[in-house]
Design a protein around this ligand. Structure first.
Ligand code: MG
Length: 247
């Protein structure tokens, strides 16, 4: 007794599909399917870097880094992280990068007494050596807005303050588009940066005005691909789980 009802249901369900088929008024859906190229497969472990990333620090050593002035990177490695040794100067990647996706985890010191504003947990991630994404303890620590955590230092204020308390691990996920220069050295297109701070969008395709300057206006002397530099600003900021994907 149920068979006629089933048949009627099937016919009703099939009707719309037939109308959109090869002979239907809206044409063949396969005409807008694109099968090539097939994106490469990337393994994405829950903890750690994607399979196609360059691991800059996996928890053991600073072999991917060197001192900013050349020679061995002498920051302190312990417990799967490394920490600024104040006064030792910055460190930079041995490899040079242009357009990248960058993942960095960082932590500012729990001891904050006597340290305010720019003196509290200051470090920085310099893309292509000269463009600083600020690292700072900006948890209940007022400073100039274009110098707080997740600012493009002295250039771009973050959309929100997504800072965690000192002593907690924080995350930057960065999309960096390098500036382009003409053969004559003129600026063709400025750098652009997107940053997620602890998963929250804080820089949204921000146009970078030029190399970071402490005093005065930024400018754009021409350059090529360059290392990533981590800043020694006299604070014992720690880093871990750093990887980069070249775009
Ligand atoms: Mg800094």
């Amino acid at each position: 007794m149920t068979q006629p009802i089933l048949l009627a249901t099937c016919l009703l369900a099939a009707a719309p599909a037939a109308a959109q088929g090869a002979g239907g008024p809206q044409g063949d859906p396969a005409r807008t399917e694109v099968w090539k190229p097939v994106p490469a497969t990337v393994a994405t472990p829950r903890d750690g870097a994607p399979s196609d990333a360059v691991v800059l620090f996996g928890g053991k050593d600073l072999s991917a880094w060197e001192a900013e002035q050349g020679g061995e990177a002498r920051w302190a490695v312990a417990d799967g992280a490394f920490t600024v040794v104040p006064g030792s100067k910055g460190i930079r990647t041995k490899q040079r990068f242009c357009d990248i996706q960058l993942h960095v985890e960082w932590r500012t010191p729990t001891e904050t007494r006597g340290f305010d504003g720019q003196q509290r947990g200051n470090s920085g991630i310099f893309l292509q050596e000269v463009y600083e994404l600020q690292v700072l303890d900006s948890y209940d620590n007022p400073t100039y807005s274009n110098g707080q955590a997740a600012s493009i230092y002295k250039q771009a204020i973050p959309l929100v303050n997504a800072s965690r308390a000192p002593g907690q691990w924080q995350v930057y996920d960065v999309i960096w588009k390098a500036p382009r220069f003409s053969e004559g050295g003129g600026l063709v297109s400025p750098a652009r940066i997107t940053v997620l701070h602890n998963g929250v969008l804080v820089q949204n395709d921000t146009v970078v005005s030029g190399r970071t300057e402490y005093i005065g206006a930024p400018s754009y002397p021409p350059h090529g691909c360059a290392p990533i530099v981590l800043q020694d600003h006299d604070a014992k900021v720690s880093f871990r789980n750093i990887w980069v994907r070249e775009l």
